[in-house]
Design a protein. Structure first.
Length: 402
């Protein structure tokens, strides 16, 4: 259930300098407050160096590199699958979660099922924009329709499950649900959703873009038909690294978006050979997991959740926001602050405000429009400090009142 501001983690953000050494692991511009890790991540310097070494190997002997690349990719995806507690035989690597979603939708359409004319694909109104567009395209091509389930921002787990399952009809052929929502920073009860939808014979595609490195997860127990998640966000891998996890009944159905020499290998082997693509990001991803593990996963998660909660509170207070409007789910490194009415009421004005904050306040934040209301999303990572949120709070208050 969504927690109100008074239910946030009791441990406050660290101010004792204990994280200074960790902050030095990133090459971020020190003149900017980087409070939007959730959008594109940030790659630690040792991981950058590992990828550079891999690229040097590739350029030293491209023929040898590509000859042995499938085996190297298979080893890397085995490490990433283990981290997710997923079956390596059902785990493929793709460039991002959106590509994984598109891969599933295209494969299902090519297989002439389960979606066809007159059928429905279920979404919630928290769905990521690119995912919603991919679903809409698939529905348009197949003659199906998209059914959007509205969910309150502060809906509890039971309310989420009840609303989604109640929206199922005899025409529902696929449900696409979020593990962690992007715009609203909510954690949905995916295990319960999958269980409820499976009882209604509806396959489930889970968008877990923000999960790896943020929430501990055991995908073997979630039971989703399809699950996608990015490693280049909270797991700090090089950009272009994501996992597509597919349940056994569907593995023969899933195909790469681009046919390459691995086509005959089936799933997931076909994804290990994608022409001459630079896959050094995938091969460097295990080093990112090892680096974060050296910081201590429990310690890192406690730091980030406390800092995100603090950032939400201090910015909300500075903007005079109604604290009763705040929502938060335990364990997340992202929090949302509703902006004053009339601010960022559409995508264009939201982008413009984010750019103004970047230029005038020297801070990077995510600003979106959801249901006609501007939302400021704050992220917290090991390199952030309480002072950055305090400075943003004061600057944003002045900026919006000018």
């Amino acid at each position: 259930m969504a927690a109100e501001s008074g239910d946030q983690e009791p441990t406050g953000p660290s101010r004792d300098g204990a994280w200074e050494e960790a902050r030095a692991l990133w090459s971020l511009d020190g003149e900017v407050a980087h409070l939007n890790h959730g959008s594109f991540g940030a790659v630690p310097v040792p991981v950058q160096h590992q990828q550079a070494r891999l690229r040097a190997d590739m350029e030293a002997n491209p023929v040898r590199w590509f000859r042995h690349l499938p085996e190297a990719v298979a080893r890397a995806r085995g490490v990433l699958a283990h981290f997710l507690q997923a079956d390596p035989a059902g785990t493929a690597l793709v460039v991002n979660a959106s590509a994984g979603v598109s891969t599933v939708l295209a494969s299902l359409a090519e297989a002439q099922g389960p979606v066809g004319p007159g059928d429905e694909i279920l979404l919630t109104d928290h769905a990521y924009g690119a995912v919603a567009m991919a679903v809409t395209r698939t529905a348009r091509r197949s003659g199906a329709s998209v059914k959007v389930v509205p969910l309150p921002a502060r809906a509890g787990a039971g309310e989420v499950v009840e609303a989604v399952t109640a929206a199922v009809t005899e025409r529902t052929r696929l449900a696409v649900v979020d593990h962690i929502t992007s715009s609203t920073a909510r954690s949905f009860p995916v295990g319960q959703l999958v269980e409820g939808l499976h009882r209604l014979a509806v396959p489930v595609l889970v968008d877990g873009a923000h999960v790896p490195g943020q929430l501990p997860v055991a995908l073997e127990t979630v039971g989703a038909d399809f699950w996608v998640g990015n490693f280049h966000k909270w797991a700090c891998a090089p950009r272009g690294t994501a996992a597509l996890v597919v349940a056994p009944p569907w593995r023969d159905t899933i195909r790469t978006l681009v046919v390459s020499w691995g086509e005959g290998d089936g799933f997931p082997g076909a994804f290990d050979r994608v022409g001459t693509a630079d896959l050094t990001a995938w091969l460097a991803a295990p080093s990112a997991l090892a680096l974060l593990e050296s910081l201590g996963w429990e310690r890192l998660r406690a730091h980030n959740t406390a800092l995100a909660a603090y950032g939400q509170q201090v910015v909300a207070e500075a903007l005079g926001a109604d604290t009763g409007e705040l929502w938060a789910d335990p364990g997340l490194f992202m929090r949302v602050v509703p902006l004053p009415p009339g601010v960022a009421t559409n995508d264009q004005s939201a982008r413009a405000l984010a750019e103004e904050v970047s230029q005038r306040l020297r801070a990077e934040v995510a600003i979106t429009c959801w249901r006609g209301r501007g939302l400021l999303r704050l992220s917290a990572q090991a390199y952030n400090t309480p002072a950055e949120y305090e400075k943003l709070a004061g600057g944003l208050s002045r900026l919006l009142s000018a």
